[in-house]
Design a binder for this molecule. Structure first.
Ligand code: ACO
Length: 402
């Protein structure tokens, strides 16, 4: 009989770190977070400045290539992304294979995974040109695919991209234009959408990005890796939290019921958590949440929404939680998902689309991180170890004798 513990004899020392709370899986030059101070930098630039002054494609360029583009570089990049916004016509039929009531994230997992079947001329990861084409294709086509998922979800015909529009405006157009009437994208809402995309563009080694890196470490093609990231993002502890946060505000229903839900969040026998609160890295206010709160007010004001019951509940919930001993002691602050749901709802999206929008924007971060990994000479296949706690060696028992 083999003594199982002796199996570890020759492996040297390794750490046991569930949830990777203190294990760095890679070196990266893309995004820096100081969770205690609430700082988020992309390639050294504060998120507040990028969200205030830049547009989403500029942030994409910065994440992918490490520097802000010159005017000529920006024009060239915009042109090349715009050139790829259409999806293969056969993809339309792929959508219609899903049940009408399918969750749009389920559709996204399938359709994005299928991109490697439609664009197999950009799946050779050893070729830098193919890697670049795959990156541009994904950034360009994700809004088209996300809008198609939305249109299929609500039973409307697909709307083709209108390439004279900016990235976010084009997305709003593909989502909300209908053949029977005139639709003009509101520039204030397009700017808000653009800012929401910038806020979600990258966030270093979060669960979905680590999933993309792990999938990519085996040499899998980039479309398959991004599909893996989308699947991971769907969970309510990650990108699904924006949908869950809005559902929670609905469940709370009125400001006077907030204390009841705060008590539930503190009760260790109740699985309920305040959705949109807390973060693995931020032990301070998530800087994205502040910008999102401001964007939320701007969108509601542009739409003439004076009283939004969900916003009232959210702001009062935040106020109470931030003065509550439990939340102070555990350093639980609103994260980006807390105000994004209210904003996206005001923009006209159903809750089921919230995580799709997150996936759309995070695609550039996933690609930048994937590209950095592929180009890193130290890159190895990701292969975590385990602490085996199962049965010791034993002999097979024929079924008649069990
Ligand atoms: N409500 C109530 N209590 C909470 C919350 C919350 N939202 N978040 C954490 N806690 C408590 C935990 O119960 C735990 O208490 P304990 O020490 O007494 O056991 C303590 O705070 C630490 O929580 P962990 O779950 O260990 O922290 P972790 O870093 O693993 O989790 C996470 C972070 C998943 C974000 C967590 O805060 C959470 O579930 N939040 C709600 C979901 C959410 O908003 N997710 C979005 C994250 S941001 C993003 O993906 C874009």
């Amino acid at each position: 009989v083999v003594n199982i513990t002796s199996l570890y004899k020759d492996t040297g020392m390794f750490t046991y770190d569930p949830g990777f709370t203190s294990t760095a899986s890679c070196e990266s030059k893309i995004t820096y977070i100081d969770g205690d101070e609430g700082i988020l930098l992309h390639r050294g630039y504060p998120i507040e400045q990028l969200a205030e002054h830049g547009d989403f494609l500029e942030t994409c360029y910065l994440l992918l290539y490490g520097e802000l583009p010159t005017k000529a570089q920006k024009e060239d990049f915009d042109y090349r992304v715009t050139h790829h916004t259409m999806v293969h016509e056969q993809m339309n039929r792929f959508f219609t294979g899903f049940r009408r009531d399918a969750h749009p994230m389920a559709v996204m997992c399938g359709v994005v995974g299928a991109m490697s079947a439609f664009y197999h001329d950009s799946t050779d990861i050893s070729d830098p040109h193919q890697r670049m084409v795959a990156s541009l294709r994904m950034i360009a086509k994700m809004p088209t695919i996300a809008a198609m998922a939305y249109k299929y979800h609500v039973g409307q015909p697909f709307v083709y991209p209108k390439n004279e529009l900016g990235y976010a405006a084009n997305f709003l157009h593909m989502c909300f234009a209908v053949p029977c009437e005139e639709y003009k994208v509101n520039p204030v809402l397009a700017r808000a959408m653009e800012r929401i995309f910038i806020l979600h563009a990258d966030h270093e080694q979060n669960a979905s990005t680590s999933t993309v890196r792990l999938a990519g470490s085996s040499g899998a093609n980039p479309f398959a890796c991004i599909a893996a990231g989308i699947a991971c993002l769907w969970g309510p502890a990650h990108g699904g939290a924006n949908e869950a946060a809005l559902n929670m505000l609905d469940e709370i229903g009125s400001v006077d019921r907030i204390p009841e839900f705060i008590d539930r969040a503190k009760d260790k026998n109740d699985p309920f958590r305040l959705m949109g609160f807390g973060h693995r890295v931020y032990k301070n206010y998530d800087p994205r949440a502040k910008i999102m709160q401001k964007t939320c007010h701007e969108v509601l004001s542009e739409l003439g929404i004076k009283d939004d019951p969900q916003l009232d509940i959210a702001m009062e919930l935040e106020r109470i939680a931030l003065t509550d001993e439990y939340f102070i002691e555990k350093k639980l602050y609103p994260n980006i998902d807390f105000y994004s749901g209210i904003t996206l709802k005001a923009l006209g999206f159903p809750t089921t689309m919230f995580t799709v929008l997150f996936a759309l924007a995070r695609t550039v971060g996933w690609i930048a991180q994937w590209k950095e990994m592929i180009e890193d000479p130290k890159q190895k296949i990701g292969r975590p170890r385990q602490l085996y706690t199962g049965a010791t060696q034993r002999d097979y028992v024929p079924i008649a004798k069990r």
